[in-house]
Ligand binder design. Structure first.
Ligand code: NAP
Ligand code: GCO
Length: 259
């Protein structure tokens, strides 16, 4: 079914050596896309390439800090030379710092904003010219429950992910006329290294999230593959500026009453 086909498309998934990015890039590869990804060190890029190879995927890896605009521009140029211009960009790379706001250093707040919000701007700005020339492109920003909700200790992350939702809507507004669609994916609570501290045995957050999720489980990175494939394919050519929440129903649910 060509509607969902991304056969031959060039996809760049940032921060995709593991975690959610790896799951999305793997799904794209199985859909016939050419996979490119970046990470902060050659060691992690090599680890990622080996992980993709272990599941039968030839991935192209690049060392690039997504906050470093000259490095991003150089990476995009290298990808264009290696495999072609980028058709699908997934802004996945991100960090979180969990600190009570009144104790958070401004430098730490700025670092989260830089990686989780400014970097998606830098990445999208770098790929837009080729997409505009081709009059086709897909940009997918990995947002969060914190694009809609707050909680203790994640002020910087919520501010960044809330901003990323609006950056998504603005890219959709400004570039829709070029047949470029920009949408977000808002994962719920997913079992990855980023949430590992919240999933330790007996951690109260563990049972809290289970009670807040109708699906009564943590999400898996693979739960995001289908939604990402939809937003990367022609099936979503008239979907623009939308954040697709893949959260097991958290945002719809008041939470299970204590037994
Ligand atoms: P993760 O396990 O922490 O992986 C994050 C990835 O981003 C790592 O590969 C990391 O590389 C990379 N990265 C960080 N800073 C970077 C930079 N400056 N330049 C290039 N790469 C960088 O995170 P995850 O759980 O897979 O989450 C991926 C995305 O989904 C993030 O945007 C996160 O905010 C979002 N998200 C996660 C959840 C969840 O529950 N897990 C839910 C909603 C949204 P290094 O290993 O080198 O640091
Ligand atoms: C946290 C978690 C969340 C998840 C995700 C939820 O500390 O609350 O890390 O922020 O990572 O963003 O959608």
């Amino acid at each position: 079914m060509t509607t969902f086909s991304i056969e031959g498309k060039v996809a760049l998934v940032t921060g995709a050596s593991y975690g959610i990015g790896f799951a999305i890039a793997s799904a794209f590869a199985k859909g016939g896309a050419i996979i490119t990804f970046n990470d902060l060190s050659q060691a992690l890029v090599d680890k990622g390439i080996a992980a993709y190879k272990a599941i039968g995927i030839t991935a192209y890896g690049y060392v690039c800090d997504v906050t470093d605009e000259p490095s991003v521009v150089a990476m995009i140029e290298q990808i264009r030379a290696d495999v072609g211009s980028i058709d699908i960009l997934v802004n996945n790379a991100g960090i979180i710092k969990r600190t009570p706001m009144h104790e958070m250093e401004a430098a730490d707040f700025r670092k989260v904003i830089d990686i989780d919000l400014t970097a998606p701007f830098i990445m999208a700005k770098a790929v837009l010219p080729d997409m505009m020339a081709k009059r086709s492109g897909k940009i997918i920003n990995i947002c969060s429950m914190m694009s809609e909700l707050g909680r203790e200790t994640v002020s910087a992350y919520a501010a960044a992910k809330g901003g990323l939702k609006m950056l998504t809507r603005n890219i959709a507004s400004e570039y829709g006329a070029y047949n470029i669609q920009c949408n977000g994916i808002g994962p719920g609570y997913i079992a990855t290294p980023q949430t590992a501290p919240l999933r330790t045995e007996g951690h109260p957050f563990n049972s809290f999230i289970i009670a807040k999720t109708p699906a009564a489980r943590w999400g898996k990175p693979e739960d995001l593959a289908g939604p990402a494939l939809f937003l990367a394919s022609p099936a979503s050519d008239f979907v623009n500026g939308h954040v697709l929440y893949v959260d097991g129903g958290i945002l719809a649910y008041i939470g299970k009453q204590p037994q």
